[in-house]
Design a protein around this ligand. Structure first.
Ligand SMILES: Nc1ncnc2c1ncn2[C@@H]1O[C@H](COP(=O)(O)OP(=O)(O)OP(=O)(O)O)[C@@H](O)[C@H]1O
Ligand SMILES: [Mg+2]
Length: 256
């Protein structure tokens, strides 16, 4: 049975979408069946896979009962990597869902039947604590938290940990911490090294050994509609995500 992992941090621009794009692609290239869910109305993940122009419906239509998961699911450039894409309409779902009973269960009901088919299902969350993030945290079995190696990182993570405890208390008792990922690391900058040390001191073995370096290729490749691991596999950024995929597979006792 597959595992559902929410990639989340309420702080914006920390590398959630970049991680969803490149980690899912790295795992798919290692022959795992993978699904990614673009649960952010900004739709950065959908465009990062070059799929914006190929779709006219997305997660919003499933949330509102106008389409099924199968109707909207698209194959990416990698044959065993699929996406549930989004359009900007998803912004409206947060408001429209407010009166619905079980409104926080919608995504879980969509995704759990797919655990039979996919080894991992990653949900790319928006940078906020709204109903879309709540749906992701109710659907997920664990959370992967990208943390940017910069000044306010620790405050952001502490707030997120508090939120996760509340979700465990009221909505999802078994929600686990999959891991904390240090992103945009620059070994020449003292602050980067300091943040990395502080995060490791606080969260110990929950922090991945793999650190994602700051690398312009990771920022460039989405504009070509490709993850960096396809666009420039030898770049330091792509190699970082390939190493992360190996670490995750090893942790789950699978051979890469
Ligand atoms: N390791 C990296 N090196 C260089 N640039 C990066 C790296 N990771 C992400 N970026 C760039 O930083 C910006 C923010 O990254 P990304 O979109 O992945 O963050 P996010 O957490 O999903 O943001 P949001 O909260 O807005 O959804 C993007 O322009 C992305 O291309
Ligand atoms: Mg994003």
């Amino acid at each position: 049975m597959g595992k559902i992992i929410a990639i989340t941090n309420q702080k914006g621009g920390v590398g959630k979408t970049t991680t969803a794009l490149n980690l899912s692609a790295s795992l798919a290239l290692a022959n795992e069946n993978i699904l990614v869910v673009d649960s952010d109305p900004q739709g950065n993940l959908t465009s990062g896979f070059g799929l914006r122009s190929r779709m006219n419906s997305g997660l919003y239509e499933v949330y509102t009962g106008k389409a099924t998961v199968e109707d909207i699911m698209l194959q990416t450039l990698i044959p065993n990597l699929y996406i549930l894409p989004t359009t900007m309409d998803l912004f409206a779902a947060e408001i429209e869902l407010l009166d619905k009973a079980d409104r926080e269960m919608t995504l879980k009901n969509m995704l759990w039947p797919l655990k039979k088919r996919f080894r991992y299902i990653f949900i790319d969350c928006p940078p906020s604590f709204g109903l879309l993030t709540l749906n992701a945290l109710v659907a997920a079995e664990s959370v992967l938290v990208p943390v940017q190696c910069e000044y306010f990182a620790m405050e952001g993570v502490s707030l997120l940990i508090k939120l996760l405890w509340r979700i465990r208390g009221s909505f999802n008792e078994t929600l686990d911490m999959e891991g904390i990922l240090l992103t945009m690391y620059n070994r020449h900058i003292a602050l980067s090294r300091q943040i990395s040390e502080d995060v490791r001191k606080m969260f110990k073995s929950k922090v991945y050994d793999t650190v994602i370096p700051r690398n312009i290729i990771l920022a460039e490749s989405p504009s070509h509609g490709k993850p960096a691991v396809l666009y420039a596999p030898n770049s330091s950024g792509a190699q970082g995500y390939i190493a992360l995929a190996k670490e995750i597979l090893n942790e789950n006792n699978l051979l890469f």
